[in-house]
Design a protein around this ligand. Structure first.
Ligand code: FAD
Length: 221
């Protein structure tokens, strides 16, 4: 198994519990947008505690970027929430099934946006975002990761939903059958899904029930 030690170069608080962490990038370390690696904290007693996180930087950039939601549950992300510039992470092999296959709908819940950030940034860079649409569901507006960037690059093709807050500026509720019926124009497109396993499984069932075929669905198995 590959293992690389990388130093944290930059940390930014994106929301009340989500951090953007920029690290060094090992030489000849390559990945595709949407892929992830197992990350551990390089501290005694923590190096075996590996957790998967997705690259939100692009392969041709000099550094790696991760966007990480911190859970205060005494797990790894709890400690990630306290890391500082200069601390070290251990990163491993690159893996992940989520990759761009063609125009479609990106259905994300909370930190499930991370593979789509990488894919959408890559498509934007190539000028290939046309025909893609994002539906991004969060509990409250304070939980939305990179709202301004996503709105800007998707240029009107991003719908934001809040499940625990009512607001004129956002849709209310979850991404469900009713929402999909109203907002999906082409059920023959690809559907990219990333959120909690509960959300992912529910959306897979709903979309299949609406006639979408397994080969149109892209999600982490
Ligand atoms: C392929 C892949 C890529 C991922 N990429 C990212 C990423 O880029 N950014 C990111 O923030 N997270 C990402 N995750 C989720 C991330 O791996 C977990 O949040 C992390 O492992 C939690 O570790 P922990 O030790 O802090 O929590 P644990 O101690 O393992 O869990 C503590 C509690 O946190 C909550 N929790 C943990 N994980 C999740 C979850 N995924 N959804 C909802 N609640 C959860 C649960 O309540 C759980 O009981 C990814 C997961 C996978 C499988």
């Amino acid at each position: 198994m590959e293992e690389h030690t990388v130093k944290i170069l930059e940390i930014e608080e994106l929301t009340h519990d989500v951090r953007r962490i920029v690290t060094e990038k090992p030489e000849n370390y390559t990945f595709n947008p949407g892929q992830a690696t197992e990350v551990a904290i390089n501290r005694p007693g923590m190096v075996e505690e590996r957790r998967p996180f997705t690259f939100t930087s692009l392969n041709d950039q000099d550094n790696l970027e991760f966007i990480i939601k911190v859970y205060h549950t005494e797990g790894v992300t709890d400690v990630i929430g306290e890391l500082q510039v200069g601390d070290q992470l251990l990163i491993h092999d690159v893996w992940g099934a989520i990759q761009y296959k063609g125009p479609g709908y990106f259905l994300a819940g909370g930190a499930g946006i991370t593979p789509f950030i990488a894919i959408l940034r890559q498509l934007n860079k190539e000028g290939n975002l046309d025909g893609n649409k994002l539906f991004f569901s969060n509990k409250t507006h304070k939980d939305i990761i990179l709202e301004d960037e996503l709105k800007e690059i998707l240029n009107g093709n991003a719908e934001f939903l809040l499940s625990r807050e009512k607001s004129d500026k956002y849709h209310s509720g979850h991404i469900d059958r009713e929402f999909l019926q109203k907002h999906v124009e082409d059920f023959n497109s690809y559907f990219y899904i990333c959120g909690t396993s509960e959300m992912t499984n529910q959306l897979i069932d709903t979309l299949k029930d609406m006639g979408v075929k397994e080969e149109q669905l892209v999600y982490e198995q």
